[in-house]
Design a protein around this ligand. Structure first.
Ligand SMILES: NC(=O)c1ccc[n+]([C@@H]2O[C@H](COP(=O)([O-])OP(=O)(O)OC[C@H]3O[C@@H](n4cnc5c(N)ncnc54)[C@H](OP(=O)(O)O)[C@@H]3O)[C@@H](O)[C@H]2O)c1
Length: 223
């Protein structure tokens, strides 16, 4: 039975990943800042509350609570979107907040939880966005979100190199345009459809593919 930890699981894509991994028989560990009824309804799940990726202490504490339970999968879903445009003044707080949650948070989560990962064969998935692709940027705007996800992509690529010697594979995952709270219910796929593809990408992940950037639909994305 695979043991998987999902960070950011109370709603949206993270919640759906938990539902589907539970149905597949994974032994699930899930974090949230505040648990939801929907998360509690999932079977065979251990929920860790008050885990905020911008609070380093909560990640250190999480690693010690997990202790020597060896994780097969770590999936960091937590993320935020805030609009930042070129209309002055620049909203520096919104920029910094997105860097903290979208880039520094997942990086620190991986670093703190590394001792909990299975030494050979563990897999890490980081939920990024194709809005963090420079090659794919055809419309501009969204400064904080785009820049924080580019930073996440770079962190993920470096981690993939550094974790190769431990035989841990890492993939950057774009979930598609998904109907969740983040998109105010807009999007062309459901969280369930997105989660299904994301789980398939995790299942297919090998050390040879580590450090790649994939759409949940299987398309490899340009940086
Ligand atoms: N939806 C899309 O179309 C889309 C497209 C591209 C990429 N993504 C990415 O996919 C991921 C999931 O997005 P979603 O659509 O499911 O969004 P969502 O419904 O807004 O869920 C976001 C999740 O992140 C958590 N989170 C936010 N700030 C956090 C923090 N400081 N510490 C810990 N957890 C935090 C939220 O918890 P709270 O409820 O406590 O805030 C929630 O569980 C994000 O990384 C997002 O950037 C989404």
């Amino acid at each position: 039975m695979k043991k998987s930890l999902i960070i950011g699981s109370n709603k949206g894509i993270g919640l759906e990943i938990c539902r589907q991994l539970s149905a597949k028989g994974h032994h699930l560990l899930a974090t949230c800042r505040k648990r939801s009824v929907e998360l509690e309804q999932i079977e065979n799940i251990t929920i860790y509350d008050s885990v905020d990726v911008t609070h380093g202490d909560s990640l250190v504490n999480l690693a010690s609570l997990i202790g020597n339970q060896t994780l097969d999968w770590l999936v960091v879903v937590a993320g935020i979107y805030k609009t930042v445009t070129i209309n002055p003044p620049l909203d520096r707080n919104a920029m910094i907040k997105q860097f903290e949650v979208n880039a520094l948070g997942p990086l620190q989560a991986v670093i703190e939880l590394l001792p909990c990962l299975k030494p050979e064969g563990a897999k890490i998935g980081l939920l990024t966005s194709r809005m963090g692709s420079i090659a794919d940027n055809t419309s501009g705007g969204n400064y904080g979100y785009r820049m924080s996800k580019v930073a996440l992509n770079m962190a993920g690529k470096s981690l993939a190199h550094n974790l190769l010697s431990k035989k841990i594979a890492l993939v950057l995952l774009h979930p598609g345009w998904v109907r969740t709270e983040m998109t105010k219910g807009n999007g062309n796929i459901s969280a369930a459809e997105s989660a299904k593809g994301l789980i398939e990408r995790m299942e297919e992940l090998t050390l040879e593919k580590s450090g790649s950037f994939f759409h949940q639909n299987g398309e490899e994305l340009p940086w």
